[in-house]
Design a protein around this ligand. Sequence first.
Ligand code: UDP
Ligand code: MG
Length: 334
Amino acid sequence: MDLITSTPQSTESSITLSVIVPYFNEAEVLPKLHERLVAVLDNMEERCEIVYVDDGSRDNSLHIVENFQSTSSIVRSLSLSRNFGKESAMSAGLEYSRGEAMVLIDADLQDPPELIPQMVALWREGFDVVNMQRAHRHGESWFKRLSAAAFYRLLNTLVKSTIPENVGDFRLLSRRVVDHINRLPERNRYMKGIFSWPGFNQTTLTFDRDARFCGETKWNYLKLLGLAMDGITSFSIRPLRLATFAGALIAASAFFYGVVIVLKTMLWGDLTAGYPSLMVVQLALGGIQLLSIGLLGEYIGRIFIETKQRPLYLVQSIKEKPAVMVFRAMEKRA
Ligand code: UDP
Ligand code: MG
């Protein structure tokens, strides 16, 4: 087998594919996910590992996962010390996986595991990143679809590197891309942006995203709004520039309006009218000022968090089960 890059970590273990599953309170769906995942990986030639990352689940998800096993794949269970959020859980998964290619997949079966062989085939063709784009978003309200579309539009006008629209976290990354991502020092990890930042050979596959198998989404609109803000402020400083432009525009118009007022007073005397226009100008200016200060605060907050340099996550335990029938695994390896 050709190794695209060979890091000491990967040659040592000779795992070809790591499937990373971050999960948070997914006890109902995990057995079904594991069953489908194993069925897919069993039929693949590659030597695989499944890396489950428990993002501080409060139900018995971790217990369920620790009892998982597979005939052909190594099952690794990583548990974080508390809920750090999906972005951190994914970072943990990427750092603790040893494959030459990695696939990130949601636990809720919205991303069909059956597509993994296609993704791996594209990687074999030489692609470093296989983005999975949703053709349809089943089981999502019109409001979520509309807000998602508006968000991607806004993000891509603000950010220089294009972040593909409707591509979730389901994707394949090659070892060299993951190595670069793992080396990024930032604490604030907006993964959709981070994944497209390294570049390399990217390709996109379209698929139908299923509705959640069971349980509920872990994101409410407030959290999504926070994620959107994170996405924009961690990948672009254009909003700051916009605030500067708006300020300059308003200052220039104020200057000209000032000239008009002075001329009017000189020609026709002081009429002292205009309470409404005064109020409007004052309120508009006040609003823009507050907004700009808030915006500044967002960026300063980000700097504050970065300067603390706290780890992204803490690992509580790692458990690993080798493939149950060892000779199968050896066969695969040969
Ligand atoms: N998830 C996680 N940590 C969290 C929230 C979610 O690891 O704090 C996992 C969750 O278990 C699932 C994936 O991230 O595997 C996607 O979450 P969800 O389905 O709630 O998001 P949506 O598909 O609605 O965007
Ligand atoms: Mg989901």
